[in-house]
Design a protein around this ligand. Structure first.
Ligand code: PMP
Length: 375
């Protein structure tokens, strides 16, 4: 039939609150230089590949059985990795931190409840909120600064954070540090003040924490004595394991009991658990790339500034670049040169992941050429 899928979708008995929404859709294009989803550009090192295969092979014979529903060994390994005297019963994990966040919202938000985040921030926070039936409140960050291409306009301060929490009284508040797409880390005073301003859950999304500059503290240091505080992390970025899908959180053990009420049993496959554990046993080797990426990130910031643009200071493995007259034209021009970066929907800004030295050089050369073509 020549009926369009959109017409059929319009007829399907979809939830009313999902009508007209768009799914998460970062383009997955086969281009030489992919710097658009903040992955780690380095392949998994050979010795870690061998360890993962070993772990997976041992599990393969027992795939007739359901996995350890409590992923006990993995939680112990994650607690060890995080330090901060965390115990295994304070750790929870799922298929990517996206699923961790979804489970948290299923338990603590949902229909009739509100979730507050401060945009621009990670675009999945509102999408997961909508998917779980809760109401998203688009909080604002930053004060108006001049010039308007200054990324400092996206900084989040104590005063405006507390004011918006008191105004909206959210059941869950999202903070993100380092924040995506700005790359900037949050002052822990903001986290403390946000916590004190609400009776709800406060989630600090620390997906990029390993890339933070020296002296940038983690909200993990605030968990003690704060039973409504949750810190989420992932193996998708620093650990170079986005394909494994392993995200996790640290919180009071009672938070994990709440999550157990909504998680599907056996949600972490034996293969995922084995791969993640093998990787954690080799975390020193895996995290070797982090230092290189950090210095490359700093090079991107410096070089982009030399091109006359306004990069945000970054604690992550990506850089938000301001000062672009026509970001859509630059994005297209870069793509035509084989470089895919991210249009995050902020006029005048684009976001680029720090890749390998060669990838970054290709990006910087292509950016210089693109600025000449479409200044
Ligand atoms: N949080 C932030 C801030 C992110 O940028 C991402 C990935 N882009 C995630 C969470 C989710 O990552 P994953 O589900 O792969 O752990």
């Amino acid at each position: 039939s020549n009926e369009s899928r959109a017409e059929v979708l319009a007829r399907l008995p979809l939830r009313d609150d999902l009508r007209g929404r768009t799914p998460y859709g970062a383009p997955q294009l086969e281009v030489p230089v992919r710097l658009n989803t903040n992955e780690n550009s380095y392949d998994v090192p050979g010795e870690v590949v061998a360890a993962i295969l070993d772990g997976v092979r041992q599990q393969a014979r027992h795939l007739n059985r359901y996995p350890d529903r409590e992923f006990t060994g993995l939680r112990e390994d994650l607690a060890n990795y995080l330090g901060h005297e965390l115990e295994a019963d304070q750790i929870w994990a799922a298929n990517g931190s996206n699923e961790v966040l979804q489970q948290l919202l299923q338990a603590f938000a949902g229909p009739g409840r509100t979730v507050l985040g401060f945009t621009p921030s990670y675009s999945m926070h509102p999408i997961i909120t909508a998917g779980t039936g809760a109401t998203w409140v688009d909080g604002k960050r930053g004060k108006k600064v001049q010039p308007t291409d200054d990324p400092a306009q996206f900084d989040l301060h104590v005063e405006e954070t507390v004011a918006q929490i008191k105004e909206h009284r959210p059941h869950v508040t999202f903070l993100c540090s380092p924040n995506n797409p700005t790359g900037t880390a949050l002052d822990l005073e903001v986290v403390k003040a946000a916590y004190d301003a609400t009776d709800g859950i406060v989630i600090v999304d620390e997906a990029y924490h390993e890339f933070a500059r020296v002296g940038t503290p983690s909200a993990l240091s605030l968990l003690e004595g704060r039973e409504r505080l949750v810190v989420s992390r992932t193996m998708s970025k620093a650990f170079a394991l986005a394909g494994v899908r392993l995200g996790y959180l640290a919180a009071h053990p009672a938070v994990n009991d709440a999550v157990r009420l909504v998680r599907l049993p056996y949600h972490l496959s034996s293969l995922t658990q084995a791969a993640a554990r093998a990787a954690l046993w080799h975390s020193d080797v895996l995290l070797d790339t982090v230092e290189v990426i950090k210095s490359e990130r700093d090079r991107v910031v410096t070089s982009v500034r030399e091109l006359g643009l306004s990069p945000a200071p970054s604690d992550a493995n990506f850089v938000l670049i301001g000062g672009l007259n026509d970001e859509k034209a630059i994005w297209r021009s870069l793509l035509s040169r084989g470089v895919l970066i991210r249009d995050v929907g902020l006029p005048g800004f684009l976001r680029v992941t720090a890749g390998t030295p060669a990838e970054n050089t290709t990006f910087l050369d292509a950016l210089a050429d693109s600025l000449l073509d479409a200044p």
